[in-house]
Design a protein around this ligand. Structure first.
Ligand SMILES: Nc1ncnc2c1ncn2[C@@H]1O[C@H](COP(=O)(O)OP(=O)(O)O)[C@@H](O)[C@H]1O
Ligand SMILES: [Mg+2]
Length: 349
């Protein structure tokens, strides 16, 4: 039997370019080589598509993160697929290990749909709605889930909309990621500066009540036509950080992960059920990591959903799945099989 050819696409224009390369390296190493064969496609920071040799470095080497080199052989990506030097590249399915804008927000998914390319993960609508927290929150609230209350503001209306806030609040770009532009604001006097910074990332910014509690994550996987939730894990942030900011996420090893999270069984079951509910409410496909707060008072609050979460073998999503009995290679196979059997990508499930 011919092996299924998987085009792993990584890099991209978002601030998570390097993390995306690491995720791709993980998938490449974890692929079941009895069934699959991989080709590697890179998107440079400038947005150019290039061919990556199969031995392209996609791991941290001497403390340096991988990036997609601008000088590699260009790929033409159009509605007929991908080609190099006028020759079409053969593949069956795309695994876009792309995080953040232009990778996880429905734009590249729209291109795949237009070109008739099968791909791993959520379709256009679910990807876009998940990327914009102001939309996904509305969907979660409509499905009966607790969300942090707040307002969505722009640079022209924030003064009037923030008149009645009770501090502390969180200020964050609606379509942000990696905690960039996110601030914990303790009093009105700090609000303007926080907003100014958030507006450099997005013209739409959320101001939310600060939830006091623990951060719990759940991995959701569509496997053999069923949507399953992993056991839940907790992100434990060193007390020197006010919240799970960029440094705590990437620059410091002060953040630890507890799998399973040490919370009451009833809370963990509630989170698992809500993770699946959120996945379905948004019309997600394949995979998503759903992030929650478990408040001091024991209330489960949904925070956000990530449709292409960090995907190295040691990232939270694969870790949660492994702890739930789905090892990394089985997980990758399930995602590829789901992608190949799906036909209604644009509209979601
Ligand atoms: N309403 C909130 N209450 C408490 N903490 C928050 C709130 N919103 C965001 N945070 C903190 O900021 C971090 C990043 O915010 P999040 O909404 O998850 O955006 P990102 O997409 O950047 O991960 C969260 O992990 C959490 O530590
Ligand atoms: Mg987050």
């Amino acid at each position: 039997m011919r092996k299924t050819i998987v085009a792993i696409i990584c890099g991209g224009r978002s601030s998570e370019h390097e993390i995306s390369c690491l995720s791709a390296g993980g998938v490449l190493a974890g692929l079941d080589t009895e069934r699959f064969e991989a080709i590697l496609i890179g998107i440079t920071k400038a947005g150019n598509w290039v061919q990556l040799p199969s031995n392209y470095p996609l791991s941290i080497i001497n403390g340096v993160l991988p990036i997609v080199d601008e000088s590699l052989t260009p790929i033409i990506a159009d509605v007929h697929g991908f080609s190099v030097d006028g020759k079409p590249m053969k593949f069956d399915v795309v695994f876009p290990t792309l995080h953040g804008p232009y990778g996880e927000d429905g734009t590249i998914q729209g291109f795949f749909e237009t070109a008739g390319i099968s791909y791993v993960g959520s379709g256009v609508m679910a990807s876009a709605a998940a990327m914009d927290k102001s939309f996904s929150k509305t969907v979660f609230a409509a499905a009966g889930m607790n969300v942090a209350s707040g307002v969505v503001v722009t640079s022209s209306n924030w003064k009037s909309k923030s008149a009645d806030l009770v501090y502390p609040v969180f200020v964050k770009p609606a379509r942000g990621g990696s905690s960039r532009g996110t601030h914990k604001v303790k009093s009105e006097s700090e609000l303007e500066d926080a907003l100014k910074d958030a507006f450099t990332f997005d013209r739409k910014v959320m101001i939310e009540v600060a939830v006091v509690g623990r951060e719990i994550e759940c991995a959701v996987l569509e496997k053999d036509g069923e949507v399953m939730a992993s056991i839940v894990g907790e992100i434990v942030i060193d007390s020197k950080y006010e919240f799970y900011d960029f440094e705590a996420k990437y620059l410091d090893d002060a953040t630890t992960v507890n799998v399973p999270a040490n919370i009451p069984a009833a809370a963990s079951e509630e989170i698992r059920a809500k993770a699946v509910q959120a996945f379905k409410a948004l019309g997600c496909s394949g995979l998503a990591r759903v992030d929650f707060f478990y408040s001091e008072k024991g209330v489960v609050v949904i925070n956000e959903i990530n449709t292409m979460p960090g995907f190295t073998a040691t990232s939270m999503y694969p870790k949660l799945m492994a702890a739930s009995g789905v090892d990394y290679t089985t997980l990758i196979t399930a995602l590829i099989v789901t992608a190949l059997t799906r036909s209604n990508g644009v509209l979601g499930n």
